[in-house]
Design a protein around this ligand. Structure first.
Ligand code: NAD
Ligand code: IPM
Ligand code: MN
Length: 355
C-alpha cells in the first residue's frame, strides 16, 4: 500500500463544494489502486481571515511544506473585498504560491469530444484543441516593487529577472518536447521593456532546444488568435498576468471555466487548483461544476505522486460521465441527458473511477 499526505485547502465560495467532490473521487481510486491518502486541512483566504484574522496563517505556510501535494479549491468573495489589500484573500493565495515556490502554472486547455457543442465557438473550430498554457506564477506585475495606491496616483511594477524567465522558459520547452514541439511565447514586446527582455531570454533558452519550433506573439493578437483558430497553438509560454487572462479565455474553448484544471509546480511541493475562482454568484447552490477540481486531483496524482494509473482512471471516468450525458448546469445547454448537481457529478465520476 502506497501512502501519501495530501494538504487540502477548501477556501471560500464554491471551494468547499468542489474540493469535497475531488476527495470523493480520490478516495474511490485509492480503494482500487491500493493507495492510502491522509488528508490534512489548511486555512487560506476568507475562511482563514474569519478564523485567524489573516488570509495566510503561519500554520498553513509551515504545514504545506510537510505534505506530498496540496489540493486547493478557490478563495475570495465580496465579504472580504473591502479589506486592506494585504489582508485580502487574494493576497493570501499569492503569498502561498510565493512561499511554496510554485513558479510554473500549467493550465491545459483541452476540449472533450463529448462537449464539442458546449463551447460558444463552432465545433469545427474547437474540435481537437489541445493547448498547454505555461504561466509564470510568482513574478511579474503581481509581485513587482515598488507598488502604491495613493490619493493622486497609483502604480504597479512589471519586472522579470533573468533567472525567473530562464526557469519558466525551460519548463515550457521541456513540456513541448513531450508534445507537438511548438512553443508560442506571448508578450507585449512592442511596448514594454520587460517583454523585450522576456523575449530575448526565451530566445537564449531556445538554443538548448533546437527541435522545438519557437514563435512569438503579442498578447492582444494572441487573445484574438485563441478565438479565431485555437488549434494553431501547442504550448503557450507567458508571464503572470497575460497567462491569467489568456487561460480564462481559453477555458471557453472547452465550454466552461468549470472544466479547466491546473498544476502549480516549481521548487518543492506542488499546488493543484482549478483555474476558476470561488464563484460567489453560485456558491451554496450545489450547481458548481466539480470537474476542474477533480481533473486537478488527477494532475496531482500524475505530476506530484507519479500515480499514472490512478490519474488515468480519473480522466477516463470524467470522459465517461460526459459521454453518458451527465452535465452540470454550466455545460447543460447542449447534449445533456441529465442535469446533475455538484455532488451527483462527483459521485458519478467516483463510481466510474472505481470500476
Ligand atoms: P470566478 O472564476 O469565480 O467566476 C466567474 C464566472 O464563472 C462566474 O459566473 C461563476 O459562477 C462561473 N464559474 C466559475 N467556476 C465555476 C464552476 N466550477 N462551475 C460553474 N461555474 C463556474 O471569477 P470572479 O467572479 O471574477 O471572481 C470571484 C472571486 O474569486 C473573486 O474574489 C476573485 O478574486 C476570486 N478568484 C479566485 C481564484 C482562485 O482562488 N484561484 C481564481 C479566480 C478568482
Ligand atoms: C487565478 C486567480 C488569481 C490570479 C487571483 C485570485 C489572485 O485569478 O488563480 O487565476 O490572478 O492568479
Ligand atoms: Mn485567474
Amino acid at each position: 500500500m502506497r501512502s501519501y499526505k495530501i494538504g487540502v485547502i477548501k477556501g471560500d465560495g464554491i471551494g468547499p463544494e468542489i474540493v469535497d467532490e475531488a476527495i470523493k473521487v480520490l478516495d474511490a481510486v485509492a480503494s482500487v489502486e491500493q493507495i492510502n491518502f491522509d488528508y490534512e486541512e489548511f486555512l487560506l483566504g476568507g475562511a482563514a481571515i474569519d478564523e485567524t484574522g489573516v488570509p495566510l496563517p503561519e500554520e498553513t505556510i509551515q504545514g504545506v511544506k510537510k505534505v506530498d501535494a496540496v489540493l486547493f479549491g478557490a478563495i475570495g468573495g465580496p465579504k472580504w473585498d473591502t479589506l486592506e489589500r494585504h489582508l485580502r484573500p487574494e493576497s493570501g493565495l499569492l503569498g502561498l504560491r510565493k512561499a511554496m515556490g510554485t513558479f510554473a502554472n500549467l493550465r491545459p486547455a483541452t476540449v472533450y469530444d463529448e462537449l464539442i457543442n458546449a463551447s460558444t465557438l463552432k465545433p469545427e473550430v474547437v474540435k481537437g484543441v489541445d493547448i498547454m498554457v505555461v504561466r509564470e506564477l510568482t513574478g511579474g506585475i503581481y509581485f513587482g516593487q515598488p507598488r502604491e495606491y495613493g490619493e493622486e496616483k497609483a502604480y504597479n511594477t512589471m519586472v522579470y529577472t533573468r533567472p525567473e524567465v530562464e526557469r519558466i522558459a525551460k519548463v515550457a520547452f521541456e513540456i513541448a518536447m513531450k508534445r507537438d514541439k511548438r512553443v508560442c511565447s506571448v508578450d507585449k514586446a512592442n511596448v514594454l521593456e520587460v517583454s523585450q527582455f522576456w523575449r530575448d531570454i526565451v530566445e537564449e533558452v531556445h538554443r538548448d532546444y533546437p527541435e522545438v519550433e519557437l514563435s512569438h506573439m503579442y498578447v492582444d493578437n494572441a487573445a484574438m488568435q485563441l478565438i479565431r483558430d485555437p488549434k494553431q497553438f501547442d504550448v503557450i509560454l507567458t508571464g503572470n498576468i497575460f497567462g491569467d487572462i489568456l487561460s480564462d479565455a481559453a477555458s471557453m474553448l472547452s465550454g466552461s471555466i468549470g472544466l479547466l484544471p491546473s498544476a502549480s509546480t516549481g521548487e518543492g511541493v506542488g499546488l493543484f487548483e482549478p483555474i476558476h475562482g470561488s464563484a460567489p454568484d453560485i456558491a451554496g447552490q450545489g450547481i458548481a461544476n466539480p470537474i476542474a477540481t477533480i481533473a486537478s486531483a488527477s494532475m496531482m496524482l500524475r505530476y506530484a505522486l507519479g500515480e499514472e494509473s490512478a490519474a488515468d482512471r480519473i480522466d477516463t471516468a470524467i470522459k465517461k460521465a460526459l459521454a453518458e450525458g451527465y452535465r452540470t448546469q454550466d455545460i447543460a445547454a447542449f447534449d445533456a441527458k441529465e442535469v446533475v448537481s455538484t455532488s451527483e457529478m462527483g459521485s458519478i465520476i467516483a463510481d466510474y473511477a472505481a470500476k
